[in-house]
Every structure is written in C-alpha cells, then in structure tokens.
Design a protein around this ligand. Structure first.
Ligand code: 5GP
Ligand code: MG
Length: 180
C-alpha cells in the first residue's frame, strides 16, 4: 500500500486500508443477508460510476438469489421534462413489485440519493432501501433514512475504491484523504 498518492494537483494520504474496507463490507452484507433472507429475488441497483468496486465486493458476500444492475443519474436542463431534472439512465429491469437495494459509493449531503429515490418512486417497487459504502452524517440533510452504511466518516474528501478526484483514483484498493 502506498502511503500517499498524487492525482493531478492534489496529494492524498492513506486513510482506510483495504482490509478495513473488507471488514466493513462483510458486516453490511451480513445485515442484508439477514434482512432479505425471505424476500423474493431482490434487485441490487448500483449507481455508476462510483459504486462499481463496492458492488463487486458486496455481491460476493450476498448469500441469497438476487439480480444486479447499474444505473447512472444524470442532470439535464429541460431534456427529461422541464426545468432542471434528473434522469435515471439504464433502468431496464422491471422494478414494479421488486425489493430494490440501491448501492451507492458515498452519501454526502444526500441530494443525489434523494433524486434517485424520487425517480425510483415512479416505478412502484415493493420496497426500496439504500446501501452506501460511506456516509457523512454531519453533512446529510435529507428526510430519507439510509438503512445500510458500511462506514461513517467526517466531512473530509476521500478517493479510492471507486471514488474519484477528477475521474482519477477509482482504481485504488485503499481509501485516501486529501491533504491541505
Ligand atoms: P451528495 O449528493 O450526497 O452530496 O453527494 C453525492 C456525490 O458527491 C457522490 O456520489 C460523489 O460523487 C460526490 N462526493 C461526495 N463526497 C465525496 C468524497 O468525499 N469523495 C469523492 N470522491 N466524492 C464525493
Ligand atoms: Mg455516487
């Protein structure tokens, strides 16, 4: 593991080693395994790009039959309907009546996940819960409960394990925090 990495103009130092991430992913997978044991084929819906690595490791620890898919949330002005709206791109599974677990890399203010949940509401799922790798409790200001949180952090900016800085750093297996 490198102690520091440089991505464009910023330097980051190691904050959470891969082993610690793995333990947190196992713990949250255990919770989900318990809660969904008797549910009919739940659907894991990863939000791209950030969730790809978390999704991959999480799925290996899920012990019930399930489906998985990825979506992207994009903001457009006036293209989906009118005004500033967000569109869910890539939602091609039938959602109606399904138990959906939205898989996110990080929930900060919660604005993105709120948009996502609003969009999903239109599809009449049987249930929708959120599973995020990182949660920033001091920053979160939305009414939606975030049921599964692998790790809670402060308001620092992190990269690695799917999370980027200017699209760089997603491939790092450890998580790094920005230095001043
Ligand atoms: P929110 O809408 O919850 O405020 O923020 C969601 C998005 O902001 C995340 O999906 C992510 O793209 C970005 N974000 C928030 N905090 C961080 C962070 O610490 N590191 C990185 N790389 N992205 C972050
Ligand atoms: Mg995200």
């Amino acid at each position: 593991m490198k102690n520091t990495v440089t991505l464009n103009d910023r330097t980051f130092k190691v904050m959470i080693p891969a082993e610690e991430i793995d333990r947190a992913v196992s713990a949250v997978a255990e919770q989900i395994n318990r809660d969904y044991a008797d549910k009919q084929t739940p659907l894991f819906l990863g939000v791209l790009n950030g969730s790809f690595m978390f999704m991959s490791d999480l799925m290996k620890k899920i012990d019930f039959n399930c489906e998985l898919s990825f979506v992207k949330l994009a903001s457009y002005e006036g293209t989906c309907s009118t005004g500033e709206v967000s569109c869910l791109i890539g939602l091609n599974n039938e959602i109606r009546g399904r138990h959906v677990i939205v898989v996110e890399d990080i929930v900060d203010t919660g604005r993105s996940i709120a948009h996502m949940l609003e969009e999903l509401k239109k599809h009449n799922a049987a249930s929708v819960e959120v599973c995020t790798l990182f949660f920033k409790p001091a920053s979160y200001s939305q009414p939606y409960p975030i049921r599964y949180r692998a790790m809670e952090i402060g308001n620092e900016f992190i990269v690695g394990y799917g999370l980027d800085y200017d699209q760089l750093g997603r491939n790092l297996k450890d998580v790094y925090v920005v230095t001043e």
